[in-house]
Design a protein around this ligand. Structure first.
Ligand code: URP
Ligand code: ZN
Ligand code: ZN
Ligand code: ZN
Length: 466
């Protein structure tokens, strides 16, 4: 199998230039001008188009038992939707219930993905409790290439962990050289504020944001940062949503704490007025941390442009309208989450690059390269180099379209971004040398995606106080 992509404008996190890319087998074998193709090569004309490294979504939920129900996607539906939108690798949150053995959780998640994902994938290993068995399993999973963890400082009584577990997890992570990703909200404050609002008869989705305000996320972020500082581990704040939390993370970075920052596409483009719509219309836009006051968006865009925010992910999490109705009489029962795996790249391109002054190189860094670097996938993924996996996106900046649930390939019946215009889309997407998408149609092999094993590679701080 050889493939020649001709005359495209290659854009990576470092450079931009016009060249041809030759793909032999699963990897890039040559990059240069006027490359000629061996016999039997398929040639793709990329004149007037960009060639991006395959995009990486470092925060998705596919199999997710949560809030009394299950998110709607399968690994087949989510991966095909991802590919149509240019995402060629995702990192899924493996999130077992606190009552479940981690090893059992691993078996469930890994078996569900195996043979069903059309794109490559790996997992952040959720630590939802701490005991000898958990520690042993974590050591084994890291040795097997699952070199990042996930903790929830929110969701008291569900995924949420105590500080002792946070401490043990970070100590182990530092020892093993892996990154710990964290959902940062103060769980106790959320529980208390929820109870207070409900007792005042405030039950609609518009009360979701006030039940977990910006301060609560800023506190969770500062708290996580302090634990990183005391243990010397490397952290990654997921779905950071507001200026106060951003300040908490940047203050920590300033002190020398190893802390990476992720924000997710809903927080750049949707504000809390979406969740204030009456009834289920509001519920469709309930996620945690919540959609915020619009004033935060400028701060997020600015931090993305200057590189303070490392990555833009989705927190993809599809619950359908019936599931969202579970919280009709009580906002705390609305399953949290908004789907976005298919639309992230086009939205970031449109409202960042095309309409917002985000440079192409920062766009590629935030949507692909930084995630590969932070999570041990680089330069196999996130790069256009000889020897890299041939995961490429030939992107058409002249395409014009509108997002709607009807056109979506996610297994859900609404889109949080209904009616948003897009100024581009992938015209060809390859996964390890095979064409998986052409002009919005999946034409790949379902189930061809591989589990990506990674090596520990984080440089940890040498000196720590404890
Ligand atoms: O609302 C969200 N984010 N749902 C998924 C679970 C999580 O917190 O990531
Ligand atoms: Zn979360
Ligand atoms: Zn705190
Ligand atoms: Zn999440």
């Amino acid at each position: 199998m050889t493939l020649l992509i001709k005359n495209g404008e290659i854009v990576t996190a470092e450079k931009q230039y016009t060249a041809d890319v030759l793909i032999e087998g699963e990897t890039i074998s040559l990059i240069g001008e006027n490359l000629s193709a061996p016999e039997g090569t398929e040639t793709i004309d990329a004149t007037g188009k960009y060639i991006f490294p395959g995009f990486i979504d470092p925060h998705v939920h596919i199999h997710l038992p949560f809030m009394g129900t299950f998110a709607k996607d399968t690994h087949a539906t989510a991966s095909q939707a991802a590919l149509i939108g240019g995402t060629t690798t995702f990192i899924e949150m493996l999130a077992p219930a606190g009552s479940e053995e981690l090893r059992d959780g691993w078996n469930i998640w890994s078996q569900m993905a195996a043979g069903n994902s059309a794109c490559d994938y790996t997992f952040h290993i959720g630590v939802t409790r701490w005991d000898e068995g958990t520690e042993q399993t974590l050591r084994e999973l890291v040795a097997d290439g699952m070199t990042s963890f996930k903790v929830f400082l929110a969701y008291k009584g569900a995924f949420g962990i105590e500080d002792a577990t946070l401490y043990h997890t970070l100590k182990l992570a530092r020892e093993l050289g892996v990154v710990v990703t964290a959902h940062c909200e103060n769980a106790e404050l959320v529980a208390q504020l929820q109870a207070r609002l409900l007792s005042e008869g405030k039950t609609g989705p518009e009360w979701h944001e006030p039940s977990r305000p910006e301060q609560v996320e800023a506190d969770g972020t500062a708290h996580f940062a302090t634990f990183l500082e005391m243990t010397g581990a490397t952290g990654y704040v997921v779905h950071l949503s507001n200026a106060r939390a951003l300040k908490a993370a940047l203050d920590a970075r300033e002190r020398g704490v190893n802390i990476h920052i992720e924000s997710v596409i809903p927080h750049f483009l949707l504000d809390k007025t979406y969740a204030e719509r009456p009834g289920v219309e509001g519920a469709k836009h309930v996620m945690s941390p919540p959609l915020r006051d619009k004033s935060n968006q400028a701060a997020l865009w600015q931090a993305l442009k200057n590189g303070e925010i490392d990555t833009v992910a989705t927190d993809h999490c599809p619950f359908d309208v019936d599931q969202k109705r579970m919280g009709d009489d009580n906002f705390t029962l609305i399953p949290n989450g908004i789907p976005a795996i298919e639309d992230r790249v086009n939205l970031l391109y449109t409202y960042g690059v095309s309409r917002g002054g985000l440079s192409l190189s920062r766009f590629v860094a935030a949507a692909s390269t930084r995630a590969a670097q932070i999570f041990g996938l680089y330069p196999r993924k996130g790069a256009i180099e000889v020897g890299s996996d041939a995961d490429l996106v030939v992107y058409d900046p002249n395409y014009r379209g509108t997002i709607s649930a009807q056109l979506s390939h996610v297994n859900n019946d609404y889109s949080g971004f209904e009616g948003f215009e897009i100024d581009g889309r992938p015209s060809v997407v390859t996964v390890r040398g095979q064409v998986a998408v052409r002009d919005g149609q999946f034409m790949g092999e379902p189930g061809r995606g591989q589990l990506l094993r990674r090596s520990p590679q984080q440089v940890q701080r040498a000196e720590v106080p404890v």
